[in-house]
Write a protein that binds this ligand. Structure first.
Ligand code: AHR
Length: 831
């Protein structure tokens, strides 16, 4: 511990790494040209097109954006979702003693601070030997001092590792609640110290009484230190109880009390988000309903908020609560979009007859945000310090919920909200036939090639259907912890969204933040530790697109050279059915002359992994007897490539035929051959990112064994049924150049967004058709790097960042060379 007269301190450190290798982009073959039609303005671009999605994941808030520097400030945390018992050692706190001193600490619930804050810390000081006994908290860890680890949320949490970062000359507000027994006479010493024991800031708290009382002291840092710790030390014998030990930088973002970390708030500000979707994600749903976020428990006095265990593997204090989120939106000048739990968690749901309480929660959330101060919830908002309404206009009913349970619950919210607040825009998680929908939320996590292939996805959307909010999307495969190639895939997709801004009215990348010491989901837009932060290339693309928005789309024709799709062609195998019962046998995977796999059902289902349906082994075959849609059983190795899958399949009953799976990486990233699909009328290939291939008429008879064979060679797929070639899918080619244009009506500027996904620079002829006047000088903002695999890191945060260049000699046509693997924004003055 810090000897409060001399100085000694120790620390531990952890960081994180998820290495990943991605395929390089291919060389482009062909001519490149872009022509923009300036005199044919198209659809209006929604001002809300670019927003952000904040989810409490990866310690984005707790130990991140939320300014609190103390971990487990209220002594309620555990390393997993279990009740806390008296006598336990507190998570993230350590006992510290000067030489010769004696004492102990333990969780104690004998006289809690409040009914919501049931545990406190008891510190017993037996002997001080002229020094003291105390407790130390190292904040939320500083990654630069820790070895890599993959599952930070469940391991090593009880170790204090330094992560309280202070800056010389800045003030830090320490607040704690304390009481003492009659034996204790003396103040508490509070210090922030560095890893080598240097005192960075010091103060005193007390005298203490027998009753709980809040004490506050300002600690001013005498030096800058990214890896400090906070120590609260009793300098006299006796017993002391502590609770809600909180340390906040005085300098929060926008200077709010209980506010946000200023550097991270600043990074959000630079994204210029039009809206903020919050506070999750799966976080809102919870594993079970007990973990679901209930906004009413996240308002009011911070010490009175009970907090809750969240499904991302840590406890949320809910200090960053509903009001704080709304204030964040206000400070960002962004529209709030609240995601409300729709009575569904991942593993359970609210019975229909008890849904009223949850619907009421949604209505009350609107009143809390918008209601007049005379209203019940509006009055509470005013009492909490914000009498002015927030003008909440958007609410999402659930997150990634679907199926029959959602179909029953969505209308309850929609009807009740629209009846009371007809102007609210409501976001649905998916399409429901016969239900009114304002906006539908779509989520995509996939490979760079998926996003390149889907750059034209929204060109085909029904203009009469609901508007689309691409609420979560990111390259999550073959992208390290967020490389340039990922950003390129996303940028091409975003050009497609912007071109279809009449359909896609909102979008947000996900996830937004990761504390580098608590990485649970990768990649993320902003990476930070306790003292530093940087944006991944994806962050920079978000920022570039958002900062350079036009208000009307201009038609663009792109002549794009193509390149072979280099995305991974590996994966496991599987069999399945859709509302159909069937059995499978003699399943074999060969590669060249080698057998990689041969089914053996003598010992039961293993190694098959069932997903949905009712699977059993019967008479030497793998049998699916349930009625589920998409019942699947998977086996094999994700690394298998260029293989031939052969098997026998027999339909036993039901609506369709067989699903034969290959290149399966996970339940979502897979290819399948749908034999006798679409009501047993067609066979077709369903490949990730490509939707459904050319259907071939065909059906499957009950009771007959069919021979099925799928041959994979490079990018080519050949499918045989009873020896007859049904599909021959050639290797795919990808476009390498993607472009979109818009006009800023007010300034008359033309914004051209261009992605070059090739591994070579492309000299491109740009024609500005219908232009009457063009300024000869323009500006290019370019994001690129020497290698598409390049990433930013805490050590090298600016390896891949946008750079601005001047462009001259701009005319009706110009030749511009887009660097290999780049995202470029050209800003021109042209009418
Ligand atoms: O963005 C991470 C998670 O991905 C979100 O919680 C969820 O909505 C999605 O599955």
């Amino acid at each position: 511990m810090f000897d409060h007269r001399s100085t000694i301190a120790l620390f531990v450190a952890v960081s994180c790494g998820l290495p990943c290798v991605a395929p390089a982009a291919a060389r482009a073959e062909g001519r490149a040209s872009i022509s923009v039609e300036l005199d044919r303005p198209g659809v209006t671009i929604s001002p809300t097109l670019y927003g952000i999605f904040f989810e409490e994941i990866n310690r984005a808030g707790e130990g991140g954006l939320y300014g609190e520097m103390v971990q487990n400030r209220s002594f309620e945390d555990t390393e997993n979702d279990r009740p806390l018992a008296d006598g336990e050692q507190p998570l993230a706190w350590t006992l510290v003693k000067t030489p010769g001193a004696e004492g102990s600490m333990a969780i104690d619930s004998s006289r809690p601070l409040s009914a919501n804050n049931r545990h406190a810390l008891r510190l017993e000081v037996v002997k001080t030997a002229g020094g003291g006994v105390g407790v130390a908290n190292a904040g939320f860890e500083n990654v630069s001092r820790k070895p890599p680890k993959r599952a930070p949320a469940t391991t090593e949490k009880n170790k204090a590792v330094e992560g309280i970062a202070v800056v010389a000359g800045r003030q830090y507000d320490l607040s704690l609640y304390a009481r003492a027994d009659k034996e204790f006479h003396g103040p508490l010493s509070a210090v922030i110290i560095g890893p080598r024991g240097k005192v960075l800031a010091a103060g005193e708290v007390g005298p203490l009484t027998g009753e709980w009382k809040q004490y506050q002291v300002v600690l001013t840092a005498g030096a800058t230190e990214p890896a400090g710790r906070l120590e609260i030390v009793a300098m006299a014998p006796g017993t002391v109880w502590l609770d809600m030990v909180s340390l906040f930088p005085r300098q929060t973002w926008h200077g709010r009390g209980n506010g946000l970390r200023s550097d991270l708030g600043e990074m959000l500000d630079q994204m210029k988000p039009a809206f903020v979707r919050f506070p999750g994600g799966c976080y809102v749903e919870g594993n079970k309903l007990v973990n679901a976020l209930r906004w009413k428990k996240s308002i009011g006095t911070v010490a009175e908020r009970p907090g809750h265990w969240n499904l991302w593997g840590y406890r949320s204090s809910d200090g960053l609560g509903y009001l704080e989120y709304l204030e964040m939106c206000e400070d960002l000048r962004a529209e709030p979009l609240l995601v409300i739990n729709c009575g569904m968690a991942h593993e359970d749901h609210v019975p229909l007859e008890q849904m009223q309480e949850w619907v009421q929660d949604a209505l009350d959330a609107i009143e809390y945000a918008n209601g007049p101060v005379e209203s019940h919830w509006g009055a509470l908002r005013a009492k909490h310090g914000h009498p002015a309404p927030f003008h909440l206009k958007y609410m999402e009913i659930g997150n990634e919920n679907g199926g029959p349970l959602y179909a029953e619950r969505y209308p309850l919210f929609y009807k009740a909200i629209k009846a009371k607040y007809p102007r609210m825009t409501l976001v649905a998680d998916g399409r429901l036939p016969d239900q009114p929908m304002d906006v539908v939320d779509e989520h995509y996590y996939n490979s760079p090639e998926f996003f390149l292939r889907n750059a034209g996805k929204y060109d085909k959307y029904d203009r009469q259907g609901p508007k689309i909010y691409v609420g979560e999307y990111a390259v999550t495969q073959n992208c390290g912890q967020g490389n340039l190639r990922a950003a390129i895939g996303e940028a091409a997709f975003m050009i497609g969204m912007e071109r279809n801004a009449d359909v896609v009215v909102m979008s947000s990348y996900a996830p937004l933040f990761v504390n580098a010491a608590w990485r649970q989901w990768s990649p993320d837009a902003i990476v930070f530790d306790s003292a530093r932060a940087f944006g991944t290339p994806s962050y920079h693309v978000q920022q570039m697109f958002s900062a350079h928005r036009g208000d009307v789309v201009l038609p663009v024709a792109v002549e794009s050279p193509t390149a072979a799709d280099e995305s991974s062609k590996t994966g496991m195998i599987g069999v399945g059915t859709w509302s159909t019962q069937a059995e499978f046998k003699d399943i074999q995977v060969t590669q060249g002359g080698k057998t990689l796999f041969r089914s053996d059902f003598s010992k039961g289902l293993a190694p098959w992994h069932a997903l949905g349906g009712q699977w059993e082994v019967k008479d030497g075959a793998l049998r699916q007897t349930g009625k589920a849609t998409g019942a699947r059983a998977l086996a094999g190795d994700r690394r298998w490539s260029d293989y031939t899958l052969s098997l026998k399949a027999r339909k036993l009953g039901g609506a369709e035929g067989f699903l034969i799976m290959f290149r399966v990486q996970n339940p979502h990233q897979k290819s399948w051959w749908n034999i006798g699909g679409w009501g047993n009328h067609h066979h077709a290939l369903e490949l990730p990112g490509d939707g459904i291939g050319e259907p071939v008429p065909g059906h499957i008879d009950v009771g007959r064994w069919y021979d099925v064979r799928v041959e994979l060679q490079g990018g080519r797929i050949r499918c045989y049924l009873d020896g007859k070639l049904i599909h021959d899918e050639p290797p795919q080619q990808l476009k390498t150049l993607y472009a979109g244009a818009s006009r800023v009506t007010r300034s008359g500027e033309l914004i051209l967004k261009v992605v070059n996904a090739a591994s070579t620079a492309q000299e491109t002829l740009i024609s500005l058709r219908g232009a009457t006047a063009i300024a000869p000088e323009a500006k290019a903002i370019v994001l690129t790097s020497a290698d598409a695999m390049d990433e930013n890191t805490l050590e090298e945060p600016r390896k891949v960042v946008p750079v601005t260049h001047a462009v001259d000699h701009v005319g009706k046509s110009l030749r511009y060379t887009f660097p290999a693997q780049s995202v470029t924004i050209l800003r021109l003055k042209a009418h």
